[in-house]
Write a protein that binds this ligand. Sequence first.
Ligand code: ADP
Length: 433
Amino acid sequence: MVHDNFHIELWRLLVIGLIIVLFGALSGVWSLAIFIGLGGYIAWHLRQLYIMEEWLHGAMRDESHLGAIWRYIAIRMKKARNRSRQRKKRLSRLLHRFYDTLEAMPDAAVILGSDLRVQWFNTAAHELLGLEMSARKHNQRILRLIPDADFERWVADNDHVTNLELASPANTARMLQIRMVGFGHEQFLLLAHDITELKRVESVRRDFIADVSHELRTPLTVVAGYLEMLAEEKALPEDIHQALIASRRQAERMQSIVADLLMLSRLELGEDEPQPGELVTVPELLEGLAEDARRLSEEDGRHIQLHVDATLGLIGSESELGSAFGNLIFNAVQHTPEGTPIDVYWGRDGEGARLVVADQGPGIAPEHLARLTERFYRVDKSRSRERGGTGLGLSIVRHVLKRHEAVIDIQSMPGEGSRFVCLFPANRIVKLP
Ligand code: ADP
């Protein structure tokens, strides 16, 4: 098609050329012939350009006034313009649907551009984050609109894989869970979900467990006390004596569960409070715990070995750390056969410190490892109960470590023993004299 039009144009030029030759030959005035011929041709094209410009500006509705190749160009331009208009309409429809979807969300959604400036937000963002329309109009920085130190720190930390829990700037009684996901080039979608109700239910659960455990403690002490006294009574028939011993054991187990539940509640309650900070002489603490564990293992106890850096201490809570390390050491005794070698290492690990409790016991299957620190999660429930376990030990360990900015890593394979590794950050360690 384009070639057809171009050929017509060439023919037109050829005809003009022939007329010039004919006129020049007949009149002998060649220069006049060329001037009139080419001048006319250029003038015609100039006129077409003029019409084209008018058409482009919309002064002319259709392109029928244009000649040959110009009309063809105009038709092509019109088609391209229509196509781009349709694409624009489609895009704008999509964009509207996108904004409508975000608008319909109960969660706050904020689109941030480069420098974390607000580009758009939905009504929920106004309600939950207190963002005003002017922030959108002036593309204000989100850090100016939510002036909170935790939020600032979280935003500066670029990975954003963890969510942030923040009191709503619009209403401090509401708790929000904030997420941020990147898209496009330096664009972010900030989402805030109202978790006030969830937090309330969580706190009701925590209070309930704490209250029940607290209420059970006194009656249990009384029951256990009487059972202890009666179990020591020699004059009773043997079957009653055995029943009393069994009852006393169960009462003691209940006391352990209640004590562990109370400890967990206390740890959970103080999770967000300033971390405890006294000097803990870990080597001494471990000596004491190993001694207790040796007594518990009811034989010469030489299978528990300590490998301790005597110059390394921690900043933390002695009772909490004692409970966490004790749980790991007693677990190694309780969940392995008598006489299994158990090694406890305490030393530096890069900038930080590391406590390892390693045993050569039966080990744990990989599918259990991730859930081991959940409350009441036990690989073998009946065996754990039989050995006096509450199923709360590792959960306590996890909470204590969290309060000390430390983490636990459990490495185990069936038949190859287990290693419970606690990693402490550099700011927690102290050099002992
Ligand atoms: P428990 O009171 O049962 O010891 P924990 O929370 O301390 O509860 O431990 C959870 C479970 O992890 C235990 O029931 C046991 O199955 C498993 N476990 C813990 N330590 C060891 C270990 N050293 N070797 C093998 N299994 C272990």
